[in-house]
Design a protein around this ligand. Structure first.
Ligand SMILES: N[C@@H](CCC(=O)N[C@@H](CS)C(=O)NCC(=O)O)C(=O)O
Length: 240
């Protein structure tokens, strides 16, 4: 059994998709990152970096429970545990690992920052054209890198792998970080639809918190807890 520490987000969705693909038994524990639960001392023992996702495999490789944090590490752990979702061919295997690391080092952080300045900060009355331009420009460049890789290929490392699972949850919500994938990146768009047709990507967490969290509406206190801006925001600015 795997305990999955979750709040609705693209980074957590990677783990959800992998667990579903692998048909591993799991139980979800919500960590409300708007309320600061990621900083509870008990959770910091699982992920010292205070972010979701994380897992605890109750039967780790040594027979004892094992905590794994960082979505790429979790995907690699699950692939190694099951011997699936990474190509057998060593060259392709390293290609898949390269793209998985690329995702957490590039696409994830840049899309996250772009989403902050395109979608989240404006709801608090914060507009920053410089930051927005910088991060949307960089995520657009990263999608052009993916576009080149996926031109003439169905999957990032030829076969469906954890690399595709890592990248898909972000391309799926690219409008929120200021990129129109369908019109700008046709190979990435076709690939997004291909991955999105897999049953594992259609699974939704049945919990009332899911829809509420996806609205991305925050009180000033929640915004401060989650995004930690240098200037405290005011509830007077909150736009629904
Ligand atoms: N590199 C990490 C990123 C995780 C991450 O940024 N998680 C966000 C949600 S998408 C989070 O927990 N934010 C809470 C906070 O920053 O306090 C991964 O891939 O797992």
């Amino acid at each position: 059994m795997i305990d999955f520490y979750y709040f609705t987000s693209p980074n957590a969705r990677k783990v959800l998709i992998a667990l579903e693909e692998l048909e591993l038994p799991y139980e979800i524990t919500w960590v409300d990152i708007r309320e600061g639960e990621q900083f509870d001392p008990e959770y910091l023992r699982i992920n010292p970096n205070g972010k979701i996702p994380a897992i605890v495999d109750r039967e780790g490789p040594s027979g004892r429970p094992l905590a794994v944090f960082e979505s790429a590490a979790i995907l690699l752990y699950l692939a190694e545990k099951t011997g699936r979702l990474l190509p057998d061919d060593p060259d392709l295997r390293w290609e898949a690992i390269s793209w998985t690391v690329w995702q957490v080092a590039n696409q994830g952080p840049m899309a996250g920052q772009a989403a902050h300045f395109v979608s989240h900060a404006p709801k608090m009355g914060i507009e920053d054209a410089y930051a927005r331009g910088r991060y949307v420009g960089e995520i657009r460049r990263l999608y052009s890198v993916m576009e080149a890789a996926l031109t003439g290929r169905d999957y990032l490392a030829k076969e469906f792998s954890i690399a595709d699972i890592a990248c898909y949850p972000w391309t799926r919500v690219a409008a929120g970080h200021g990129v129109d994938i369908a019109s700008e990146f046709t190979a990435v768009d076709a690939w997004t639809q291909r991955i999105g047709n897999r049953p594992s990507t259609k699974v939704r967490v049945a919990d009332p918190r899911e829809e509420q969290a996806q609205a991305h509406t925050y009180s000033a206190k929640q915004f401060q807890t989650l995004f930690r801006p240098p200037e405290p925001p005011s509830d007077d600015n909150v736009r629904g």
